[in-house]
Design a protein around this ligand. Structure first.
Ligand code: NAG
Ligand code: NAG
Ligand code: NAG
Ligand code: NAG
Ligand code: NAG
Length: 282
C-alpha cells in the first residue's frame, strides 16, 4: 500500500517538471546548448526540453527584430501546447533575444526566465567587437553601427556606446525600444509581459571577459563618463521602465553573480546548472 503511494508521488513528480525552452548564443548553433539540455533531462527526469534550432552560425548576426519575429513562431507554438507554463533560458545574445521574445508575446505562459550572461543593457567592448568585426576600433564602431547598414546586424542593434547616446537613440532600432528608453506603442505591453513572470533570474559575473561591462548581464551599464552604474541606480530600474522594480519588490528578481566563469563557460560548466539554474526549473 505504502509503496504504491510513494510510487504515485514519484510519477506525479516526474510529470510535474515544466517544459524548458533553450535559446543559444551568437555565432554558435543550437547544439551548443546540448550539454545543458542533457543535464536538465538527467537531473529532472521527464522534462521536455525544446532547444530552438534557428539562426545558427552566421545567421545569428541577423538583425534582432527579425530574429524575435521568426523565433516567436516556435515560441507561440510551445506556449500554446503548454498552457500550464514553461520556463525559458537564453545564453549570451540568446538571453537578450529570449527576453525580448517574451515582450513581443505578452500572452506567453513562461513562469521563470533565466538570462545566462546576456547583454541586457547593451554592449561596448573591444574584445567582443573584435570577435565579429576585427577591423573596427571601439571608439569609432558607432559610425558603422549607428547607421542604416549597421542596424542590419544583431551586434549593431545592441551596441550601446556610452559616449554617443544621442546617435544610439536616433539610429538604434532595437535596444532603446525594448528597454523602454524610447517610448513606443508597445511600451506598456513590454512591461506587462515581464511583470507576469514568476521569476526573472539574471546570471552573470566579473570574469566574463566578453559581455562589457559584465554588469550588463544584470541591467547595469556605463554612464556618460564610462563609469559602471549598478542597475538599481539606473533609470530603467528607478523609473520601473520595463518592470524590473515591480519584480524586485515582489522578490521575483534574482540577481546572481558568479565569479570565475569565462563567457564561453557559462553553458558548458555544469556546476552553473546545478547550483543556480535547476532550482528555477520546477
Ligand atoms: C506551429 O504549429 C502549427 C500548427 O500545429 C504548425 O503548422 C506550424 O508549422 C508550427 N510552427 C512552427 C514554427 O513550429
Ligand atoms: C492575447 O490573448 C487575448 C485573449 O486570449 C487576445 O484577445 C489578444 O489578441 C492576445 N494578444 C496578443 C498580442 O496576442
Ligand atoms: C502607434 O500607433 C499608431 C496607430 O496605430 C500609429 O499611427 C503610430 O505610427 C504608431 N507609433 C509608433 C511609434 O509606432
Ligand atoms: C562622472 O564621474 C564622476 C566622478 O567619478 C561622478 O561623480 C559622476 O556621477 C559621473 N557621472 C556623470 C553622468 O557625470
Ligand atoms: C565553474 O563554475 C564554478 C561556479 O559554479 C566556478 O567557481 C568555476 O570557476 C567554474 N569553472 C570553469 C572552468 O568555468
Amino acid at each position: 500500500m505504502n509503496s504504491i503511494f510513494i510510487f504515485v508521488i514519484f510519477i506525479t513528480k516526474i510529470l510535474c517538471y515544466k517544459p524548458v525552452i533553450l535559446l543559444h548564443g551568437i555565432w554558435t548553433g543550437f547544439e551548443s546548448m546540448d550539454l545543458i539540455k542533457a543535464r536538465i533531462e538527467e537531473k529532472h527526469p521527464g522534462t521536455i526540453v525544446y532547444n530552438i534550432d534557428r539562426f545558427n552560425g552566421w545567421s545569428s548576426l541577423d538583425n534582432m527584430n527579425y530574429q524575435v519575429q521568426q523565433i516567436s513562431d516556435d515560441f507561440t507554438n510551445y506556449t500554446n501546447m503548454h498552457l500550464d507554463g514553461l520556463h525559458l533560458l537564453g545564453y549570451s545574445q540568446g538571453a537578450l533575444l529570449a527576453r525580448t521574445i517574451l515582450q513581443a508575446n505578452p500572452n506567453h505562459t513562461i513562469h521563470n526566465f533565466i538570462s545566462l550572461s546576456g547583454p541586457q543593457a547593451g554592449q561596448y567592448g573591444t574584445q567582443f567587437l573584435h570577435l565579429y568585426f576585427p577591423g573596427l576600433a571601439l571608439e569609432t564602431a558607432y559610425e558603422l553601427f549607428y547607421s542604416r547598414v549597421g542596424q542590419h546586424t544583431s551586434v549593431g542593434n545592441y551596441w550601446n556606446d556610452p559616449y554617443h547616446t544621442k546617435l544610439y537613440m536616433e539610429y538604434s532600432k532595437y535596444l532603446p525600444y525594448v528597454n523602454n528608453e524610447l517610448p513606443s506603442n508597445s511600451s506598456q505591453q513590454f512591461k506587462y509581459a515581464l511583470t507576469k513572470l514568476r521569476n526573472m533570474v539574471l546570471i552573470g559575473g566579473p570574469d566574463d571577459n566578453v559581455i562589457t561591462p559584465w554588469q550588463s548581464s544584470q541591467f547595469g551599464y556605463y554612464d556618460s563618463n564610462g563609469t559602471v552604474v549598478n542597475f538599481m541606480e539606473r533609470d530603467i530600474f528607478k523609473d520601473d521602465k520595463i518592470g524590473l522594480k515591480t519584480l524586485y519588490q515582489k522578490k521575483k528578481l534574482k540577481i546572481i553573480t558568479v565569479p570565475g566563469v569565462d563567457h564561453y563557460q557559462w553553458h558548458l560548466n555544469m556546476s552553473i546548472v546545478d547550483n543556480y539554474i535547476l532550482q528555477y526549473l520546477d
